[in-house]
Design a protein. Structure first.
Length: 70
């Protein structure tokens, strides 16, 4: 599952690069629309978050304050 989550992040980054190159808005014969890769990028990112939650990897370790107190 962790491998699939990492692959989904890679896919999301590739899709984000296409959106950055083409622009967030594309012109179609039916008018101006959001870039179709945006939806796919968000789906990949959502899959990653859900998978990390299922694996229990969504928590960051607590960090102590610089003075050593809590």
């Amino acid at each position: 599952m962790l491998t699939q989550a990492c692959q989904a992040v890679d896919r999301a980054e590739a899709l984000a690069a296409h959106v950055a190159e083409d622009g967030e808005i594309v012109r179609t014969p039916n008018g101006i629309k959001a870039h179709p890769a945006i939806r796919e990028e968000l789906a990949c990112r959502g899959f990653t978050v859900r998978t990390l939650q299922r694996l229990g990897l969504n928590y960051e370790p607590l960090r102590s304050s610089p003075g050593g107190g809590a």
